[in-house]
Design a protein around this ligand. Structure first.
Ligand SMILES: NC(=O)c1ccc[n+]([C@@H]2O[C@H](COP(=O)([O-])OP(=O)(O)OC[C@H]3O[C@@H](n4cnc5c(N)ncnc54)[C@H](OP(=O)(O)O)[C@@H]3O)[C@@H](O)[C@H]2O)c1
Length: 335
């Protein structure tokens, strides 16, 4: 086992209970984890925030190990545990997808850490990893988007949303985005959406989608909102279309009677089947999709939009802003 000087304690955010943002407690004296077999210890420089962190905080996902949530970060390998660590070395700059990110240091499986290509600027890998991998698998694996497809993207100015708008443009699809403000409409359009609907103001979203698509509806709906959009999704999807439900920002999607899907021969991809880890959960898949992610960022000149970079000590404000729909694109945190 190789190592450099590593402190015993660290700053981090711990949760003892589920609840509102105030359950996130910033501490100065958490133990620095020790990497176990096959793990590396990473000093995190940029922590990626995701809406799924809210689900962990409120108890929709169970307890995180050590009470520390956070699915991703970018940083430097400080030490390696025993066993195989996939040729990772002390000093490597990596981005990782695991758990325990709201901290200065995290021990993660080496198989879920990826060496950041040298031409990717600091912070971009943490901003891109989870949301970018997910948008790629949504458009290339869960439903393979074809040129000319009509696509409805809910929350189009969010982290995953802005990625989808850009990838769909590159694939030659026609994208209709939904958002809650005029500023978000502008942003999603600048990032590739062809048509925008403000679902706070538009009284009849279904009619508006029908007008835009000339009555045929959309080939695929990407829905991260859940409950508030379930009925609309069934109405706006075209015959033989696909509804992908992958989030629950407004609450779990209501159940759709099978007859309603059968009437239009609709494929429904629910929360289990749409889970990111189903597609990038093995070391081989993670490696393959990360290579595609960084290739796409560089070749397609993806705009990885960073809303803001907050200090970790202000984690309560981060969650308030995220849940309060004040953010667009990616939120980063610095320990
Ligand atoms: N299944 C998986 O494996 C997986 C992986 C990654 C992400 N996801 C899901 O993808 C979704 C997007 O994630 P993200 O990190 O990119 O978040 P995000 O889209 O940046 O933020 C959530 C957005 O949802 C919209 N929203 C609609 N109704 C809302 C409500 N009642 N409360 C709060 N927000 C509401 C807001 O946009 P407007 O103001 O424009 O409405 C808000 O900005 C999340 O639901 C997340 O769980 C799932």
């Amino acid at each position: 086992m190789t190592s450099v000087s590593i402190p015993k304690t660290m700053k981090g955010v711990q949760m003892e209970n589920f609840g509102g943002p105030e359950v996130l407690q910033y501490k100065n004296d958490l133990p620095v984890p020790v990497p176990e077999s096959g793990e590396v210890l990473v000093k995190n420089d940029f922590i990626g925030i995701n809406y799924v962190d809210v689900y962990w905080r409120i108890g929709m996902m169970g307890f995180a190990p050590g009470g520390i949530i956070g699915r991703e970060a970018e940083g430097t390998v400080l030490s390696t545990g025993p066993g195989s660590v996939n040729d990772l070395k002390v000093g490597d700059r990596v981005v990782w997808l695991a758990m325990g990110g709201y901290a200065e240091y995290t021990a993660v499986p080496a198989s879920m850490a990826y060496v950041v290509p040298p031409d990717v600027k600091p912070g971009v890998a943490a901003a891109a990893l989870l949301q970018g991998l997910y948008a790629l698998t949504l458009t290339h694996r869960i439903y393979q988007v074809k040129q000319g497809d009509w696509v409805l993207v809910h929350a189009a100015a969010g982290g995953v949303g802005l990625w989808l708008c850009q990838l769909l443009k590159a694939l030659g699809a026609q994208t209709i985005g939904t958002v809650s403000t005029a500023e978000k409409m502008k942003l999603a359009k600048e990032n590739g959406a062809d048509f925008m609907i403000n679902y706070k103001e538009e009284k009849d979203l279904v009619k508006r989608v029908e007008e835009i698509t000339g009555g045929q509806g959309v080939n695929v709906v990407y829905d991260s909102i859940g409950k508030d959009q379930t009925e609309n999704n069934v109405k706006v999807v075209a015959k033989h279309g696909t509804i992908v439900t992958y989030g629950a920002a407004s609450g779990f999607p209501t159940s759709i009677p099978p007859a309603k899907l059968a009437a239009k021969n609709v494929r429904f991809v629910g929360p289990g089947e749409s889970s990111l880890m189903r597609y990038v959960g093995t070391p081989q898949e993670f490696e393959k999709w990360c290579a595609k992610l960084f290739d796409t960022i560089i070749k397609d000149e993806i705009n990885v939009r960073i809303h803001d970079t907050y200090p970790l000590s202000e984690i309560v404000r981060v969650h308030k802003d995220l849940e309060g729909r004040k953010t667009t694109g990616k939120v980063l945190v610095k320990p």
